[in-house]
Design a protein around this ligand. Sequence first.
Ligand code: ADP
Ligand code: MG
Length: 550
Amino acid sequence: MTVGGFLSLPQSCPSFAAPIDSRNTVAAVAAASNPGALRFRHKSFPSATYLRAPRRAMDPPRCLGSSDLEEATDDIAAAATLQRGVPSDLVEKMMYDALVWSALHGLVVGDRRVQNSGTVPGVGLVHAPFALLPMSFPKAYWRQACELAPIFNELVDRASLDAKFLQDSLSRTKKVDAFTSRLLDIHSKMLEINKTEDIRLGLHRSDYMLDSETNLLLQIELNTISSSFPGLSCLVSELHRNLLNQYGKDLGLDSRRVPGNTAVSRFADALAKAWNEYNNCSAVVMVVVQSEERNMYDQHWLCAVLKEMHGVATIRKTLSEIDTQGHVLPDGSLVVDGQTVAVIYFRAGYSPNDYPSEAEWRARFLMEKSSAIKCPSIAYHLVGTKKIQQELAKPNVLERFLDNEDIAKVRKCFAGLWSLDDPDAVKSAIEKPDLFVLKPQREGGGNNIYGDNVRETLIRLQQQGTGELAAYILMQRIFPTASLAFLVREGVWHQDNAISELGIYGAYLRNKDKVIMNDQCGYLMRTKVSSSNEGGVAAGFAVLDSIYLT
Ligand code: ADP
Ligand code: MG
């Protein structure tokens, strides 16, 4: 994975760099020596022993129905200059508190500088990269993004059932992209054996940026596999509310304007409901993981909530372990390591790197042909590809899947998207590459092509004439307004011009004709320095953030 510009930027507060490890160690040692004393738990546990500043009378608003907000003091000006002119002694105080809070509340990732931090839980933890203060975000766009979540959930489900649409749309990509081709092969084999998925579970995240040129909320992409950070994003919202409860008066900010974030508990609800539909009380939820995962605590939060709130057990397996330990019984049940699997939750399997040998593909095929509920199924996975995003944006395609009112809402958030068999689009992109992003069929950050590289790549691929253009799509480049933010990584902050990307989680569960759940489920805000093209947190480009409604 690429590590982006963040670390290489000047760091304004070197004095914070040294003590952070020792502070983390103190928390860890205290917890180990007196486990009863430090029972910090996630916001989502109602039974939680949870230390924080006393709550204000009014709960923070959730994503929808945020009319409560009207009561909060209207201070848009403060929000616009949210992170300007904060005295440095206040920044230092907030930094210290935020770092302690993160260590005590599990807002952590594995530290890449420590060996085993991606394999052994509890070894080499560091706070997740975060923004010190929430980013301002207009209420109307927030409502729009929330309202879109159930529509996208439904769209994914309906498109997933149109096998011909998926196969036809991806047919040219298949010829030049080996990874997409393997996914499509599995999809074809399921069609051959008439495999249907009666119970369908989607845990999606639709990502948006606010485009300053058009003043529109535009979708970056729709993730249907391994939508990350449902666990840690909730904690960042909580951290920000906590800081504003304490320092809000000094900053002129109101913690009630940071919306409550329910991602982890709602995703756990959805997994539990799916598990329930499978109707085998001894079965488990299997999390498909990479063999090394520094973002494991985000996943563990979800599993912990699932266990504590719903009594559902999880197992964690890599694709290669599933290959050696798994089999499908004659009745279709998937058994892995002796345990029947009710739900397969993928936090791996979205990238070619996850399939280094045939063993991993065998595992994917084994799971797909089983009766376990897949989150996502191969069809849901394919709907989330960038090629399908571009096909859905073509005229008269949404009409196949959605009703009129919903079509207008969805179309409004589509940026310009073009296939590279459109010569006009290719010509425009070669002439003005800065206005476009060139995207291959990849997930996980660090794969897109920007600026002059767009021109060079297009010219090279055209000259090769091998059809490789079909491996990419072209997208209108979105230009969000930059504003100052305090970005914190490895115990050090710096202030920079930054832009943000808002992800709205959505969960969808149905069993045949019965839609059991179709909801928006909280949010993920990510903020990165405006000079960085890419946006992944795990990939090292962005920090976790929350929003301050204006
Ligand atoms: P991935 O599957 O790798 O996450 P994305 O489509 O989300 O792919 O792109 C990665 C990042 O690149 C995004 O998080 C965003 O920061 C940036 N990006 C993607 N598309 C655009 C766009 N059209 N305009 C501006 N930035 C974009
Ligand atoms: Mg993305």
